[in-house]
Design a protein. Structure first.
Length: 319
């Protein structure tokens, strides 16, 4: 299936800047949209429902001004955590619907209660999945697209190779497929298409940009580290995630000998306030290709050049 019709003529690349806890603030979202990439953020980045309301209004106003000035920015999206522990889900969903958010990304639970509401105003629903079982459930709920979070992705990554998961899902799902996992340059975006995806999902590379709401030490770590500096662990968030070893060591912990305890117990034991994402930082396996912290506009320009070269390599035979 092609990219959803709502995105036609509005993208400079078939790419979504993934919603990242803390990191994806309004500035990053708008910069991505201005550059022709779908900018997204988790609703829970906002401490309260009122904060979410204010951020949605700010984004809507900025993008409306762009449109009024004759520009055609990419749409934006909000990530809703559908797990039963998210007590704000109903209130956040109500705001998303009221603001007619163009793209809604669901994670951590069934999207069944959200799809109909978003479709009612013409929005697009994409659902994060890590295996075919969850993909079938999301497809049955009527989502427009599936985001396959494969091995090598930052944050809560799956363990399946995209070479296995994507064709398995495509065999039963005709909607939009977005591929995630170690995608950090324009060549990888093109490779995702060759594999059969419609779009790519990029997170880690956007952390190392000027507009990201990320600690300067975090950005430096992304430049200095490579894939061997990652550990896949559930200790800090309760769900397996790729975490940066140096960010763990800075709290006196040995990444290879972590206690079988949750983050709260670790905080109490060390008498220090340690939290996943804020203090223990994540990255995907494509980290070795990160060498600088450009603006989003500069990064997207670079991605476009790499994508174009991969699509039409020098010396390629043309019919």
């Amino acid at each position: 299936m092609p990219i959803p019709r709502q995105f036609e003529g509005r993208l400079s690349l078939p790419l979504i800047a993934a919603p990242m806890f803390i990191v994806s603030g309004v500035e990053l979202v708008l910069s991505a949209c201005h550059a022709g990439v779908i900018g997204t953020f988790p609703s829970l980045n906002c401490r309260t429902v009122e904060d979410l309301k204010a951020q949605l209004a700010q984004i809507d106003a900025a993008l409306a001004a762009d449109t009024g000035a004759g520009r055609n920015p990419a749409p934006y999206g909000v990530n809703l955590i559908c797990h039963r522990t998210n007590r704000r889900l109903a209130a956040d969903t109500e705001l998303v619907v009221r603001h007619r958010v163009p793209v809604v990304i669901t994670s951590g639970g069934s999207p069944a209660g959200i799809v109909e509401q978003v479709h009612a105003y013409g929005g697009v629903v994409l659902s994060d999945v890590t295996d075919a079982r969850w993909a079938r459930k999301a497809a049955a709920a009527g989502v427009d697209g599936l985001i396959l979070v494969c091995a090598g992705a930052g944050g809560h990554a799956g363990t399946m190779s995209p070479f296995a998961l994507l064709p398995e899902v495509r065999a039963f799902f005709s909607g939009t497929i977005v591929l995630a996992g170690a995608i950090s340059d324009g060549r990888a975006i093109r490779a995702a298409e060759v594999l059969g995806a419609d779009m790519a999902y990029m997170g880690t590379r956007f952390i190392a940009t000027e507009e990201a709401n990320a600690d300067a030490r975090y950005r430096r770590m992304l430049i200095d580290c490579n894939a061997e500096d990652l550990i896949y662990t559930d200790v800090f968030s309760g769900i397996p995630a790729n975490m940066l070893r140096p960010s763990i060591r800075q709290f006196g912990l040995d990444p290879d000998n972590l206690p079988a305890k949750n983050a709260l117990d670790i905080s109490n034991e060390l008498n220090v306030d340690v939290k996943a994402w804020r203090d223990i930082w994540t990255a995907g396996q494509g980290i070795a290709t990160i060498h600088d912290t450009p603006s989003v506009a500069t990064l997207v320009g670079r991605l476009r050049a790499e994508y174009a070269e991969a699509s039409n390599p020098p010396g390629a035979r043309h019919s």
